[in-house]
Design a protein around this ligand. Structure first.
Ligand code: SAM
Ligand code: SF4
Length: 342
């Protein structure tokens, strides 16, 4: 990958029409994945043609344009970011912004399947924390939920990441009738290994085979159940994201809840998302988007992308309005989570 000169951190961040500073970019580096989680993808997904997907060089230019505009935290996601060919060359290249101080954090969200292979290199490139998605510790249920996944590989990957000095946070989607009675075990396991656990409500994104209203488990209910046995103390910890955090007094660990359907978190939103085709979504829960691939491909400099980003941020919406449509059982949004990366 071509080394591009380091950029200076922007002195003023991008600010949207509601006064929110945009400091956090999530970039989906591929729509492909080695799993087929039931709530995320259909089994026979059709993936994008290669020409539509940004090259690693284009992803680097795009991320750099955002860093120049004051983004301080960059999260790579997917699909599965670590199955993108030569992904480490992008990560190593982006790490120059950590070295220069322009970027505070370079991180990723992964299903963990490739961590045994990449953890040492990730740590070497300055990745200090990662999120690993893991919904169950039962090998059979894991196989059923991910369709193609192997739990033992993910557990070995988590161990490798920790051994490399990377802090691991576990994300688990709470699924009615699937892992709902395992949440306590997941929490005890995660906290026992010094990892934070964040629970996520299912979001109605993309066509899948099942019925989403059957998967939906309100986290308010999960919390009440946990509180029958554990002491959850509200924590002031905030990430600027949609999670609310608690400290579990008995374990000393942190437990987060992401509740897009029961709690409106939009007022503190500091983030935007780009898909692997270079489409900028200003809000995970709205259709409005801005194409950045055309300006990226139209010139070698960053002026056109910078102007397109400004235009998009100027119309970042106030918030989302997710609904699970019970009459039609259609997703509120047609695109899959693997496009915008969650
Ligand atoms: N493959 C990586 C992984 O699984 O961590 C990164 C991409 S994945 C789309 C990011 C996160 O989105 C995962 O934690 C996954 O559980 C979550 N996710 C996917 N579909 C979802 C849905 N419909 N509702 C809620 N979370 C979802
Ligand atoms: Fe792949 Fe992540 Fe979606 Fe599962 S949640 S299918 S691991 S992209």
């Amino acid at each position: 990958m071509n080394e591009i000169t380091a950029v200076q951190p922007a002195t003023t961040p991008m600010v949207d029409p509601f006064g929110r500073s945009i400091r956090y970019l999530r970039v989906s580096v591929t729509d492909r994945c080695d799993f087929r989680c039931v709530y995320c993808m259909a089994e026979d997904m059709t993936f994008l043609p290669k020409r539509d997907v940004l090259t690693l060089e284009e992803l680097d230019r795009l991320c750099t344009a955002f860093v120049e505009k004051g983004v301080r935290k960059l999260r790579l996601t997917g699909g599965e970011p670590l199955v993108r060919r030569n992904i480490m060359s992008l990560i190593r290249s982006l790490s120059r912004h950590l070295v220069s101080g322009a970027l505070e954090e370079l991180t990723l969200t992964t299903n963990g399947s490739q961590l045994s292979r990449y953890s040492a290199e990730l740590a070497d490139a300055g990745v200090r924390r990662i999120n690993v998605s893991l919904d169950t510790l039962d090998p059979d249920r894991f196989r059923a939920l991910t369709r193609w996944g192997d739990l033992s590989k993910v557990l070995a990957g988590i161990e490798a990441a920790q051994a490399a000095g990377i802090a691991v946070k576990i994300n688990a989607v709470a699924l009615k009738g699937e892992n709902e009675h395992e949440i306590e075990d997941l929490m005890v396991w995660a906290h026992g290994l010094g990892m934070e656990l964040t629970l996520i409500e299912t979001m109605p994104l993309g066509e899948i085979e099942g019925d989403r209203t059957e998967q939906y488990l309100p986290l308010s209910l999960v919390r009440r159940r946990l509180e029958e046995k554990w002491t959850l103390t509200g924590s002031a910890h905030r990430t600027g994201g949609p999670a609310r955090y608690y400290t579990v007094e008995e374990t000393g660990g942190r437990l987060g809840f992401i509740t897009p359907l029961t709690h409106n978190f939009c007022e503190t939103c500091n983030r935007v998302r780009v898909t692997c085709t270079g489409t900028l979504f200003m809000c995970l829960g709205q259709e409005d988007a801005k194409d950045l691939r055309a300006p990226l491909r139209a010139s070698e400099g960053n002026e056109l992308i910078a102007a397109a980003i400004d235009e998009a941020i100027a119309r970042k919406p106030k918030g989302h309005d997710f609904i699970i449509d019970r009459d039609h059982q259609r997703p509120a949004l047609g695109r899959h989570m693997s496009m915008t990366g969650g």
